[in-house]
Design a protein. Structure first.
Length: 224
C-alpha cells in the first residue's frame, strides 16, 4: 500500500514551476509543502491538490505580528499539513525552541490540520514533557519526521534497518501513529526506505523540485 510522500520545497519555485507540478502530478499520497506565497494560488486553482505549509506562527490570534502567518489563516485556505521544527528553523537566524514548537503544534491541531514535527537524533531536547503530552492527546494529528543531521543535503543515508528502528522507537515513546523519514531521499534509495515496515512515508527535499525525479519517487511508492 502506498505511503505518504511530503515534498519540502523550502524557499524555491515560482508560479510556472508550481503550475507545471500540480498539472502533471495526480497522486493522493503526495503533499507539497509550498512557500506561503503560492498556497492561495494552488488552493484556488487546483483545489484537490494536497498542500502543506512550511511553518506557522506561535501566535494564533490576530495582532501586531508583522510578517507572521497563523495556523488559523492557513486552515481557512484548506491547508492540510504544516511542517514544524525543521532543522533549518531551529538554527541560523530562526527560533524554533522547544516552547515555540509546542505552541505551533498546539495551534496546528487546534485548527484541524496535521503537524509534521521534524526531529533529529537529539529529539529528547526538542520534545519536552509538555509536548509529549500534546502528542499523546493528538495521535492522529501529528506525524514525526526523523531527519538525522548528517543526512540533510549530504547524500548520506543511514542503513534502512537503522531508520526503521529509530522510527519504531519514536512511535513507542511518543504514541504517534505515523513516522516518516527525511534526509537525502531520492529515487535511488526511496524504494528500500519505504519497504521498511515502520516507515510510514518520506519527507523529500531537493529531489522534489525535479519533476521527473519526483515522478520516479511516486512510482516507487505506488509499488510498495
Amino acid at each position: 500500500m502506498p505511503k505518504l510522500v511530503i515534498c519540502n520545497w523550502k524557499m524555491n519555485g515560482d508560479i510556472d514551476l508550481v503550475s507545471q507540478f500540480v498539472e502533471k502530478i495526480d497522486d493522493k499520497n503526495v503533499v507539497i509543502a509550498l512557500p506561503n506565497v503560492f498556497i492561495a494560488y494552488v488552493r484556488c486553482k487546483f483545489a484537490k491538490f494536497k498542500v502543506s505549509a512550511q511553518d506557522c506562527s506561535i501566535h494564533d490570534n490576530t495582532g501586531p505580528y508583522t510578517g507572521e502567518i497563523s495556523a488559523k489563516m492557513l486552515s481557512t485556505l484548506g491547508v492540510e499539513y504544516v511542517i514544524i521544527g525543521h532543522s533549518e528553523r531551529r538554527k541560523n537566524f530562526f527560533t524554533d525552541s522547544a516552547e515555540n514548537v509546542y505552541n505551533k503544534i498546539h495551534n496546528v491541531v487546534k485548527n484541524g490540520m496535521i503537524a509534521v514535527l521534524c526531529v533529529d537524533d537529539n529529539y529528547e531536547t526538542l520534545i519536552d514533557e509538555k509536548t509529549k503530552g500534546l502528542l499523546k492527546d493528538n495521535v492522529k494529528q501529528v506525524i514525526l519526521a526523523y531527519e538525522p543531521m548528517q543526512s540533510i543535503g549530504t547524500g548520506v543515508v543511514p542503513k534502512t534497518s537503522e531508520i526503521s528502528q529509530t522510527l519504531l522507537k519514536l512511535k513507542e515513546k511518543y504514541f504517534v501513529q505515523k513516522t516518516i523519514y527525511g534526509g537525502s531521499v531520492n529515487s535511488s534509495n526511496v524504494n528500500n526506505i519505504l519497504a521498511e515496515r515502520d516507515v510510514d512515508g518520506v519527507l523529500v527535499g531537493g529531489a522534489s523540485l525535479n519533476l521527473p525525479e519526483l515522478q520516479s519517487i511516486l512510482q516507487c511508492n505506488n509499488m510498495v
